[in-house]
Design a protein around this ligand. Structure first.
Ligand SMILES: Cc1cc2nc3c(=O)[nH]c(=O)nc-3n(C[C@H](O)[C@H](O)[C@H](O)COP(=O)(O)OP(=O)(O)OC[C@H]3O[C@@H](n4cnc5c(N)ncnc54)[C@H](O)[C@@H]3O)c2cc1C
Length: 436
């Protein structure tokens, strides 16, 4: 019988190992801690939560709530352990982080089909079933080898993520399509600002609250790209000569040149999501909500993700991975967790379950299977494997990733309810298929 190597005992690796072992397949789970650690992990436990102790909302009609419901249907180990170690946190699911990680560790240590080896993996085992789930702080030596395996252009070292919004939430009576100097096709959405609008926006940026970074992130980003609020603080015109440059972007409605422009670029295959070009930021999320909605056309923007800047090692999944999480040119090699370009504890864990399902199926000679695209997990897999590989940026669970309801529902609450019902149905169908 096959043995599966799961590299990395974090959130994704633990979910994967647990699923595979429960299928009666032997797992070797490799975890480099405690002998070698990352700049953010502090304990020897598996599934350590490195920052917040919150696994985010449990409310039924939120994207995070839906993700959890789907994971529960698929038998998530982490959510079972979270339930047993939860602490009061309103509508969020928060845990006592040490009790949580200790519980996951003990369950996996006690599992008859799992052997845990506390050692850094540097060379990826050849001709074997392997899941790489080494997370955003993958050890440098393994990273080096991944570079050789995938090519340097296919690895990213940190997130400099600009906020993204749903296309449906944009006011297209203000926004216009154009590319600079009319070069190529009119792929960009442009939000024009008058002098007064620009000055108010600039003022808000200068006064905005910035999120404090983790110490691992200090001094990380300035080499490659500046946070937009830092540019704003350099002077009143810096943004207007930088990411908000209006030249070559005349408004086709009256052929006038705006005082400044915010450009939005398509991020997904279907054009449901657009990102603010050059707006990587460390502003607090509430501040992003408030200030970016001052941009003409964005007053009612629904944010699919907020801008962040932090250290994050991830691969160019659209280039490298199938939606089943298999490497395109080596189907025995799977990736799971934050390294695939999903972002967040639960998103990472969810991809761990899927990698576990598919490696187990492959070992049994079955075809890999993924949940339908109406599910939150299916939508995440679809995004990471089909997004533009040029500017590929990590993604959180969000309703903006899901296909529209047919017929479309205008009322937001009812729309979300529709998404949730449809997704749960499809996850149950998927779960049934796995049993066949
Ligand atoms: C500083 C920071 C703060 C974050 N805060 C949050 C937050 O508050 N909320 C949130 O939702 N998300 C947060 N994230 C994002 C993400 O959700 C977490 O990083 C999450 O732990 C990712 O899960 P994972 O399983 O992919 O990786 P991890 O949980 O990091 O697991 C990877 C494991 O692989 C091990 N490993 C690495 N290299 C090797 C090797 N060569 N051999 C063997 N083992 C190896 C590591 O020791 C680690 O245990 C944060 C990320 C960072 C970097």
């Amino acid at each position: 019988m096959a043995v599966v190597h799961v590299i990395g005992g974090g959130l994704a690796g633990c979910e994967a190992a647990h699923y595979i072992a429960n299928q009666g397949i032997e797992v070797i789970l490799w975890e480099m801690r405690p002998d070698q650690t990352t700049p953010v992990h502090r304990t020897p436990y598996l599934a350590e939560l490195v920052c917040s102790n919150s696994l985010k909302s449990e409310q039924e009609h939120t994207a995070q709530g839906l993700l959890k419901t789907e994971m529960r249907i698929l038998g998530s180990l982490l959510l079972q352990c979270a339930e047993q170690t939860r602490v009061p946190a309103g509508s969020a699911l928060a845990v006592d982080r040490d009790l949580f990680a200790e519980k996951v560790t003990r369950l996996l240590e006690d599992h008859a089909n799992i052997e845990i080896i506390r050692q850094e993996v540097v060379d990826i085992p050849k001709d074997q079933h392997v899941i790489i789930a080494t997370g955003p702080l993958t050890s440098p030596r393994l990273w080096q080898n991944l570079q050789e395996l995938t090519g340097t252009d296919n690895l990213f070292f940190y997130d400099a993520v600009a906020p993204s919004v749903t296309t449906a939430s944009l006011d297209m009576s203000t926004i216009y399509r154009a590319s600079r100097y009319g070069k190529g096709t009119d792929d960009y959405l442009n939000c024009p600002l008058t002098k007064e609008e620009y000055e108010s926006f600039h003022q808000a940026m200068v006064e905005a609250d910035i999120a404090e970074g983790h110490s691992v992130d200090q001094g990380l980003f300035f080499n490659a790209c500046m946070p937009v609020e830092v540019l704003a603080r350099q002077g009143i015109d810096t943004l207007r000569y930088g990411p908000m440059r209006p030249v070559g972007l005349n408004n086709p409605r009256d052929n006038s040149r705006p005082y400044a422009v915010v450009q939005l670029r398509q991020e997904d295959k279907d054009g449901r999501i657009f990102g603010l070009v050059g707006f990587q930021t460390r502003l607090k999320w509430g501040e992003q909500d408030r200030i970016f909605r001052m941009i003409p056309g964005l007053a009612k923007a629904e944010f699919v993700r907020y801008g962040v800047m932090h250290r994050n090692s991830y691969i160019n999944s659209p280039q490298l991975l199938q939606p089943t999480l298999q490497l395109k040119n080596n189907p025995q090699l799977f990736f799971a967790g934050q390294i695939t370009g999903v972002e967040g504890y639960m998103e990472s864990a969810a991809t761990g379950i899927i990698a576990g399902i598919n490696v187990a199926r492959t070992c049994k000679g079955q075809q890999p299977l993924i949940p339908g695209e109406n599910t939150m997990i299916g939508a995440l897999l679809r995004f990471i494997s089909t997004a533009s590989s040029v500017n590929f940026q990590p993604i959180n669970a969000s309703f903006g990733l899901l296909p529209e309801l047919v017929p479309a529902v205008k009322n937001r609450q009812k729309r979300y309810q529709g998404y949730v019902e449809r997704a749960i149905l499809q996850t149950k169908e998927y779960s049934e298929l796995l049993r066949l």
